[in-house]
Design a protein around this ligand. Structure first.
Ligand SMILES: NC(=O)c1ccc[n+]([C@@H]2O[C@H](COP(=O)([O-])OP(=O)(O)OC[C@H]3O[C@@H](n4cnc5c(N)ncnc54)[C@H](OP(=O)(O)O)[C@@H]3O)[C@@H](O)[C@H]2O)c1
Length: 133
């Protein structure tokens, strides 16, 4: 499958490399350092692209940004109609000390309200990035 990764940090990078090893075609986006995206792309035999390009080509979008970056990354995503978005995001405050969503609604449910045109799957929220290697 073509996987578009939005957020290429600890989770996006590790999952992208693992997905590539499993035979998927991965495109990395959304980091402040373009060299980092390109290094990841080389390691995964994938590509370094913009957020909109990652979404456009994707069968599945992996959303792996800090919760505080959610609106920014969605604003760059373009058309998410009928896209499947797999989110590993935990709705934490900037200091990562407290949930900012819950306990009556999940981050994934809130995301589904923000992008009702997409299909949302929540995964890996309780899996530390270190284990994917
Ligand atoms: N880390 C874990 O073990 C873990 C486990 C389960 C769930 N989660 C959740 O997964 C999500 C991602 O966590 P993470 O640890 O992978 O975070 P991270 O390492 O900080 O990665 C976030 C990515 O977003 C990019 N970014 C941040 N601000 C940006 C901006 N203004 N413009 C463009 N790119 C920007 C970062 O770019 P740079 O690379 O340039 O910094 C980085 O590539 C979070 O919601 C977290 O709660 C994390």
């Amino acid at each position: 499958m073509k996987i578009g990764i939005l957020g290429s940090g600890l989770m996006g990078g590790a999952l992208g490399l693992a997905l590539s090893q499993a035979g998927h075609d991965v495109a990395f986006s959304y980091a402040r350092d373009q060299d980092k995206l390109e290094r990841l792309a080389r390691r995964a035999n994938g590509t370094a692209v913009s957020v909109a390009q990652a979404v456009e080509r994707a069968d599945v979008v992996l959303l792996a940004v800090h919760w505080s970056n959610l609106d920014d990354v969605l604003s760059r995503a373009g058309d998410l109609h009928e896209k499947t978005i797999m989110t590993c995001c935990v709705p934490l405050n900037a200091a990562n000390t407290q949930l900012v969503v819950g306990l009556k609604e999940s981050g994934a449910e809130l995301l589904a309200r923000k992008v009702p045109e997409a299909r949302i799957v929540a995964a890996f929220q309780t899996t530390p990035s270190e284990v994917f290697a």
